[in-house]
Design a protein around this ligand. Structure first.
Ligand SMILES: [Fe+2]
Ligand SMILES: [Fe+2]
Length: 327
C-alpha cells in the first residue's frame, strides 16, 4: 500500500500514531464505510438533467450566436455562485492527487479514492453542460477562468497529516453540499435547482463517509484526532480560494445568503461536531484537552462574529431595498 511520505509524530511522544499506522488501523472502517456508501449511493445520469433543447451554436468555429448576459435565465448571484462551484469541482485532478498520495491507491482506501473521484467527476461535467446549454454564463470567461485556476493546481493545507486531511474533507464535503444546495435555491431556474440538489446529495454521502471515519479516528487516537479537528476548524478555508476574483465572489455569495459565516457555523461546523460529540469526548490527555478547549473558545467567537455578520447583512439588504423602492 502506498502511504503518505511524511509521518509526523508532532509533540505527542513515542505513543503517537503515525499516518502509516492510522491508515492501516482504519482500513477496516474504510471497508465498512465504502460498502455502506456503495449500497446507498444511487447512480444517476447527468445528461438527463440538462435541457439540451435550449442549446444552440456559439460564435467562432460554427458561426453561431455570441453569448450576452440577457440570454442568461439565472440570477446574477446564481451566475457568480455557479462559476465558483464549477471551478472548485474542475480542480478534481489536483484533489485526486492529494488524496491518492495521502490515502494510497490500494485496498479499500484505493477503491474509495477512485470511486469518490468518479462521482466528483460527474459534478463538473453536469454543471458545465447546464451552463453552456442554457447560456447561463459567459463561456469564454468561464474557460479562461478554468485554465487559470487549474493551471495553479491545488495544494491542501493539510497534506502534512492524515487526520487533518480526514477532518478537513469531512467539513469541506458538507460545505460543498450546502453551497450547491443554496446556489440552486437562489439561481432562479428550477432545472438548475434540481440538478444542484442531486449533486448536493452526492456531497452529503461523501461527508458521511469522512465523518464516520473521523469518528473512528477519535476512538483510536483521541488526542491527535481532537488536535486535527481543532486545527482544521480554526483555520478552515474553502478549496476554491485560489479562483481568480475569489474574494469579491465570496463577498457576493456571503451577502446573498449562499454561504457565509452564519451558514458555516450553523450548517457546516455544528452538525459534524455535534454528531462527533467532540465537546463530550472523554479520556483525553493534556494535548487533547487543550485542543478541545481551543475548539470551544473558537466556536463561541465564531458565533459572535456570525451574529455581527447577520446584522451587517440585514442592514445592507434593507438599504438596497430602500434604494430600489425610491427608484
Ligand atoms: Fe463535487
Ligand atoms: Fe464531494
Amino acid at each position: 500500500m502506498t502511504i503518505a511520505p511524511v509521518q509526523r509524530t508532532a509533540s505527542l511522544g513515542s505513543s503517537a500514531w503515525t499516518d502509516a499506522r492510522l491508515i492501516m488501523a482504519l482500513e477496516e472502517v474504510v471497508e465498512t464505510e465504502l460498502n455502506r456508501h456503495l449500497k446507498v449511493a444511487k447512480d444517476w445520469m447527468p445528461h438527463e438533467f440538462i435541457p439540451w433543447s435550449q442549446g444552440r451554436d456559439f460564435d467562432g468555429v460554427l458561426g453561431g450566436e455570441a453569448w450576452s448576459v440577457e440570454q442568461s435565465r439565472v440570477t446574477p448571484l446564481g451566475r457568480v455562485s455557479l462559476v465558483v462551484n464549477l471551478l472548485t469541482e474542475d480542480n478534481l485532478p489536483s484533489y485526486h492527487h492529494e488524496i491518492a498520495t495521502m490515502f494510497g491507491r490500494e485496498g479499500a482506501w484505493g477503491t474509495w479514492v477512485h470511486r469518490w473521484t468518479a462521482e466528483e467527476g460527474r459534478h463538473g461535467i453536469a454543471i458545465r453542460d447546464y451552463l453552456l446549454a442554457t447560456r447561463a454564463v459567459d463561456p469564454n470567461e468561464l474557460e479562461r477562468a478554468r485554465m487559470s485556476h487549474m493551471s495553479e493546481g491545488f495544494e491542501s493545507d493539510n497534506s502534512h497529516s492524515m487526520l487533518h486531511s480526514v477532518a478537513y474533507v469531512a467539513f469541506q464535503e458538507l460545505a460543498t453540499r450546502i453551497s450547491h444546495r443554496n446556489t440552486g435555491h437562489f439561481a432562479g431556474d428550477p432545472l438548475c435547482d434540481q440538478l444542484l440538489a442531486k449533486i448536493a446529495n452526492d456531497e452529503n454521502l461523501h461527508m458521511v463517509f469522512y465523518r464516520n471515519l473521523l469518528k473512528a479516528a477519535l476512538e483510536i487516537a483521541p488526542d491527535q484526532a481532537m488536535r486535527a479537528i481543532a486545527d482544521v476548524v480554526t483555520d478552515f478555508r474553502m478549496p476554491g480560494h485560489g479562483i481568480p476574483g475569489f474574494e469579491r465572489a465570496a463577498a457576493q455569495i456571503a451577502i446573498g445568503g449562499v454561504y457565509n459565516l452564519r451558514i458555516h457555523h450553523d450548517d457546516v461546523l455544528q452538525p459534524v461536531l455535534r454528531h462527533l460529540k467532540v465537546m463530550e469526548v472523554g479520556g483525553l490527555g493534556p494535548d487533547g484537552l487543550r485542543a478541545q478547549d481551543e475548539l470551544g473558545a473558537f466556536l463561541g467567537g465564531l458565533d459572535a462574529q456570525a451574529t455581527k455578520f447577520d446584522e451587517r447583512q440585514a442592514a445592507l439588504l434593507a438599504r438596497r431595498a430602500a434604494r430600489k423602492a425610491a427608484q
